[in-house]
Design a protein around this ligand. Structure first.
Ligand SMILES: [Zn+2]
Length: 369
C-alpha cells in the first residue's frame, strides 16, 4: 500500500520534492491541498453517524474511561472516525461531532482519573534537545503575539500545565511574576530546581492560595488544551483568574491540520494522552461559552520555517505559507484569547480579532460540566 502510494507520487511529482521533509511535502506539492481536502470531505460523508447508546453498546470501555457527548454543543450522536494506536500498546477512538465538527476521544478519560496519566515518569523526556526545541517554540510563539510577552515587569503570569518549567524559565527572564501548576509531581520538582523567582506547584489552581487569588495578566496553555477532559470548567476558571485586560495564550494541535487530512489515524496529533482536538472554530465556541470577549490567531508554519533553519528554497517556503493560510492547515493552532474589551483594546493591535458573543452570560455553564 505504502509502496503503491510512493509509486503514484513518484509518477506525479518525480524526484523534485525528495529533499523536502515529509511533514512539509503536503504543503508544497502543487494540487495536494485540494486533493487531500476533497478526500477528507469524502471520508466525512462516508462515515456513519450513530446514536450514543448504539456507539456505547459496541465500544469497549476502559476502567478509567466514560462515554461523553460533544462538550462544545451537547450533541450526543457520534461519527466514529479513527482508532489511533502505536506499538507501546495504547489505542483509543476518535469521533467527530456531526453538528459542530468537534473531534474528541470517546470514550474519554474520567476527570477524577486525569492525575493517573501523569503520576509517574511523565517528565522523563523533557531534557536535552527536547528542552531546546520547546524553548525555541515558546520564543517563536511569543514573537508571533508581540508585544504581549515583551516586558513582564509588574505583570502576573500563570503557566497552566507547566511541566518541568521550560516556559516559566523564559517568563521569569522577561520579568514576569510567574507561577505554574502541573499534575506531575516529578515535573514540578524539576521546575523548581530550574527556577529562581518563579514557583511551580503540584495540583489544581484552586488549591494554591497565591494562584487562587487570581489577578493574572497572562495565562498560558502550552500543549495542554488537548489534555483537558473538562475544558468548560477549566476555561471558566481561567476567565475568573484573569485580571481586567488579561489574555490567555493557547498552543495546541490543529484539528484542521492538512497533515491530519493526509495521514488520518497516524497523525502526529493523536498522542497517547490527548483527549480533544480543536480547530479555530471549536476553540471559539469554548471561549465564548466561558466568557471571553475575543480571540486572535497566528498561523503556525512549523518551528523550522519560522526560525529560518528549514532547507526549503524561497519559492517553496512561500508556497508552504500560502497553503497553510489558505487551508488554516498548520499542524499547530496558536491563539490569543482576550478576557474583555479592555484586553482587546490593549493587546489586539492591528491583528484580526474575532469578537465573541459571551454566551456564558445568557446561558450559564452548569458547574458539573
Ligand atoms: Zn458538537
Amino acid at each position: 500500500m505504502v509502496s503503491a502510494r510512493r509509486l503514484i507520487s513518484r509518477i506525479v511529482y518525480g524526484s523534485r520534492y525528495d529533499r523536502v521533509h515529509w511533514t512539509q511535502r503536503v504543503y508544497v506539492r502543487p494540487g495536494e491541498r485540494l486533493a487531500r481536502e476533497a478526500r477528507w470531505r469524502w471520508r466525512l460523508r462516508r462515515a456513519p453517524v450513530v446514536p450514543l447508546a448504539d456507539y456505547a453498546a459496541r465500544t469497549p470501555l476502559g476502567a478509567i474511561e466514560e462515554f461523553v457527548s460533544c462538550l462544545m454543543c451537547g450533541q450526543s450522536r457520534q461519527q466514529p472516525l479513527f482508532e489511533p494506536a502505536n506499538g507501546d500498546g495504547w489505542s483509543y477512538r476518535v469521533v467527530r461531532c456531526p453538528s459542530c465538527g468537534f473531534l474528541y476521544r470517546n470514550p474519554n478519560v474520567r476527570p477524577e482519573h486525569l492525575g493517573d496519566l501523569y503520576a509517574t515518569g511523565y517528565s522523563g523526556f523533557l531534557t536535552g534537545d527536547y528542552a531546546a526545541n520547546r524553548q525555541r517554540r515558546y520564543r517563536l510563539t511569543m514573537d508571533a503575539f508581540a508585544p504581549v510577552f515583551s516586558d513582564g515587569r509588574g505583570r502576573r503570569l500563570l503557566d497552566f500545565g507547566c511541566g518541568a518549567g521550560l516556559f516559566l524559565e523564559l517568563a521569569e527572564q522577561r520579568g514576569f511574576e510567574a507561577y505554574g501548576v502541573d499534575l506531575s509531581p516529578d515535573s514540578v520538582e524539576q521546575a523548581n530546581a530550574r527556577l529562581t523567582r518563579a514557583r511551580a506547584y503540584f495540583g489544581a489552581p484552586e488549591d494554591v492560595p497565591e494562584i487562587a487569588e487570581g489577578g493574572f495578566d497572562v495565562i498560558t496553555l502550552w500543549s495542554v488544551l488537548a489534555h483537558l477532559p473538562r475544558p468548560l470548567s477549566d476555561f471558566s476558571l481561567f476567565r475568573r483568574l484573569l485580571a481586567p485586560g488579561g489574555v490567555l495564550l493557547v498552543l495546541t494541535v490543529n484539528a484542521r491540520s492538512l497533515l491530519l487530512k493526509a495521514y488520518g489515524p497516524t497523525w502526529s496529533g493523536f498522542t497517547k494522552n490527548h483527549l480533544m482536538f480543536y480547530s479555530a472554530e471549536t476553540l471559539r465556541t469554548l471561549l465564548s461559552r466561558t466568557g471571553f470577549a475575543g480571540v486572535s490567531y497566528a498561523p503556525h508554519y512549523g518551528d523550522a520555517v519560522e526560525a529560518g533553519t528549514d532547507r526549503l528554497t524561497e519559492p517553496l517556503r512561500r508556497r508552504l505559507r500560502r497553503t497553510i493560510e489558505a487551508a488554516d492547515g498548520g499542524n499547530m493552532m496558536r491563539a490569543l484569547a482576550f478576557a474583555d474589551q479592555e484586553a482587546i483594546a490593549r493587546w489586539g493591535g492591528d491583528r484580526r480579532v474575532h469578537r465573541l458573543r459571551t454566551r456564558a452570560q445568557a446561558r450559564p455553564v452548569p458547574a458539573a460540566d
